[in-house]
Design a protein around this ligand. Structure first.
Ligand code: SF4
Ligand code: SF4
Length: 390
């Protein structure tokens, strides 16, 4: 049974570390990734195991603040703390790490992180619509490939890359199908349970087994829809989640939303549907590195300028998922998402005419009750709007 995963993120990490240790005993290599811009096809093509190493919990932050100033976002601090505090069972198993220059906090933290583990920090262009951006990024993908070859002692051929692209596309398609199971109204699973399960499923050592597990999860959700066994009622507010806070460990706001009667049916951004639905298109004899580079440059993070595709995605998703209200979360001290939130508000409130709530918080639970009051008010706003629409 894939559904109803109830472990904490710590349980998930502990279980996965055991599987990783066994895989390493069999000679497999492990490559850490820190962001949605990491081209995991390079890692698959090298025969290694890709592992997400972003920090999503409060615990390692105290240790990180011995080095980093407190006024960094919790993601930066938790990721660094995860590496230096000795609390993460997965981090020490990484043979090397691929990272990218997204926001300033991340790239300056990486200068310290690379003291802990061999890293290649890819120089990410930040104006993705310019032709020069792609040329530069292709070269960075090439450099990352050379780094992996050197660190892992392998040669990555075009055939390996083509096979990895097929695998990556299959995985993305399945994950997208899973997200779209929640387009049903009412739906087969609540947002928190979905995130809980997906957070666990992101960790795998055996790709084929991973695909089978995703297929099983999809069949379970599909079956629930067929049998009309829904996880929530049709009159609960359907929420689109955008911005940050889409993973187990840092999902407190999402949990409060569902405790207050809403149901998060769609997530945009990292940990959401827009990170899976974009396939790698390999045309004819095109260099697979170029095809990989094109796809990863289309990731719609707020570190990009302008980040227009995010707004097109948001508009499309609010229609497809019959959204009643949008919640946009930025972590404290995160300039890119905090500033971009103004444009999200304009789109949601002014153009789409939907209720909108912007939340700024961190990984601690000190503001839980204030958040609950705001979210209860937001749910009431949606309910009133629906009553008048009847
Ligand atoms: S929000 Fe941006 S910087 Fe953070 S993981 Fe996603 S793509 Fe990377
Ligand atoms: S994009 Fe924002 S949340 Fe992500 S690491 Fe940078 S500052 Fe932190």
């Amino acid at each position: 049974m894939v559904l109803a995963v109830t472990e904490t993120i710590q349980d998930v990490h502990n279980d996965f570390a055991l599987s990783l240790e066994m895989a390493k005993e069999d000679g497999r290599k492990v490559v850490g990734c820190l962001c949605s811009y990491s081209p995991t096809e390079l890692i698959l093509a090298a025969g290694a195991i890709p592992v997400g190493l972003c920090g999503s919990t409060q615990e390692p932050i105290t240790k990180a603040e011995e080095v980093l100033s407190p006024d960094q976002c919790p993601k930066v601090k938790a990721t660094y703390g995860r590496a230096i505090s000795g609390t993460c069972p997965i981090f020490p198993l990484a043979d090397c790490v691929i990272a990218e220059t997204t926001c300033d906090g991340r790239k300056k933290m990486y200068e310290l992180l690379e003291r802990e583990v061999p890293m290649y920090v890819m120089d990410l262009p930040q104006k993705p619509e310019t032709p020069a951006a792609l040329d530069h990024w292709v070269e960075e993908v090439r450099q990352a490939k050379s780094f992996l070859e050197q660190q892992l002692g392998v040669t990555i051929t075009h055939d390996h890359l083509r096979e990895a692209i097929v695998k990556g596309n299959k995985r993305r398609k399945l994950i997208t199908d899973l997200y779209y199971c929640r387009v049903h109204h009412p739906g087969p699973i609540n947002g928190f349970e979905f995130i809980n399960t997906m957070s666990k499923l992101q960790y795998y050592t055996d790709f084929d087994h991973h695909i089978e597990t995703l297929e099983r999860f999809h069949a379970e959700l599909h079956n629930l829809v067929e049998k009309k066994e829904y996880a929530h009622s049709a009159d609960q507010p359907r929420i689109l989640w955008t911005g940050l806070g889409n993973s187990l460990g840092c999902s407190k706001v999402l949990e409060i939303v569902e405790e207050c009667g809403g149901v998060v049916v769609c997530q945009e951004g990292c940990g959401g549907v827009t990170r899976s639905e974009d396939q790698i298109h390999l045309h004819g004899n095109e260099d697979p590195l170029v095809a990989i580079a094109k796809r990863y440059l289309r990731v719609t993070c707020a570190c990009m300028t302008p980040n227009n595709q995010r707004f097109e995605d948001l508009e499309r998703l609010t229609g497809e998922f019959q959204i009643d209200g949008v919640i946009d979360l930025a972590w404290q001290f995160c300039q890119p998402f905090e500033i971009e939130s103004y444009r999200v508000r304009e789109l949601v409130k002014d153009k789409l005419g939907l209720p909108f709530l912007h939340v700024v918080t961190d990984y601690s639970h000190s503001d839980t009750e204030q958040l609950r009051i705001r979210i209860e008010g937001f749910m009431e706003q949606i309910a009133t709007r629906k009553r008048y629409a009847l």
